[in-house]
Design a protein around this ligand. Structure first.
Ligand code: SF4
Length: 288
């Protein structure tokens, strides 16, 4: 077996994923809802972030929760066989997850996701085909949810968010990348209880209900107007450019990498990666 980047980074998880995907029609997977995870115009950081999931981990997610029939990074199938899995899934009940923005330039040709029977399938076309039939649509990450870095100036590929491109309801799960628990938690809610309560921007309020500023452990410094003067100081970093007051996520209590740490916990101002307008509207990320 050839080693891949993911394999080297996550040997145990990756081996189990590859083993899992050997038989995409196994009986154990037949009762779970199908899930297509498309990687459109972006960096694929969200599917890599998903591999960092814990409690539950990605193996539980794939074994017990969904039948992921198509994903560019994780599936063992390649080429036309892979895209046939995608096409077959369109005739079933399925959840569509999209990461990355939709490139509109040249009829989508700046983002080609597959070639099938001599035809190039663009991200734009794949998203259109799948979104028309999906039971639920989730935009994962800031590019899919708001345009994100893919639509940042000068936006040569003419990227727009999945939310703006698709004519059906899209649940936004932004972040750059999105936290794996926000993604798996949203899907778990869909499977267990139906659609979660969404805010005015269609984000699940269970994860995006309050700002980082509301939950920040440095908030008492802010309230007393005691501010950090340089990176590494322990006080509130608003004068260094912190975007916590503009950004709604539960990062301060959920934290990242198995809850090890998070940007402000590591003396870095929040750059607003999950907020509408990131990155252009959040610059400069740090002020000195
Ligand atoms: S560091 Fe940022 S999020 Fe924390 S209190 Fe200051 S401005 Fe708010």
């Amino acid at each position: 077996m050839n080693k891949c980047f993911i394999y080297e980074q996550k040997p145990i998880v990756c081996r189990r994923i590859i083993e899992y995907y050997k038989d995409v029609t196994s009986k154990e997977r037949q009762n779970k809802i199908n899930l297509i995870w498309l990687e459109a115009c972006g960096c694929s950081g969200n599917i890599i972030s998903l591999l960092n999931a814990n409690d539950p981990d990605v193996v539980y997610f794939l074994d017990e929760m969904v039948n992921m029939t198509y994903n560019n990074s994780l599936m063992a199938n390649e080429g036309e066989i892979a895209i046939e899995r995608f096409l077959e899934t369109l005739n079933t009940e399925f959840i569509l997850v999209v990461e990355g923005a939709v490139s509109l330039k040249s009829n989508g040709l700046y983002n080609v996701v597959a070639r099938y029977q001599e035809e190039l399938i663009t991200g734009m076309k794949a998203i259109k085909m799948a979104s028309e039939k999906a039971k639920y649509i989730i935009s994962v990450g800031s590019c899919a949810s708001y345009g994100g870095p893919s639509s940042a100036r000068p936006n040569l590929a003419e990227c727009v968010s999945v939310y703006d491109f698709v004519e059906k309801e899209v649940i936004r799960v932004p972040g750059c990348p999105s936290h794996p628990q926000w993604v798996i938690g949203t899907i778990a809610h869909l499977l267990s209880f139906g659609k979660p309560t969404l805010d005015e921007e269609n984000r699940p309020i269970i994860f995006y209900g309050v700002t980082i500023h509301d939950l920040c452990p440095r908030r008492s410094y802010f309230n007393k107007k005691i501010f950090a003067e340089t990176l590494g100081d322990k006080e509130c970093m608003i004068k260094l450019g912190c975007k916590g007051p503009l950004t709604k996520t539960d990062c301060p209590i959920r934290r990242w990498n198995s809850s090890d740490n998070w940007p402000i916990g590591d003396n870095t101002p929040c750059i607003g990666c999950a907020a509408n307008g990131f990155p252009d509207a959040m610059e400069p990320f740090v002020k000195f």
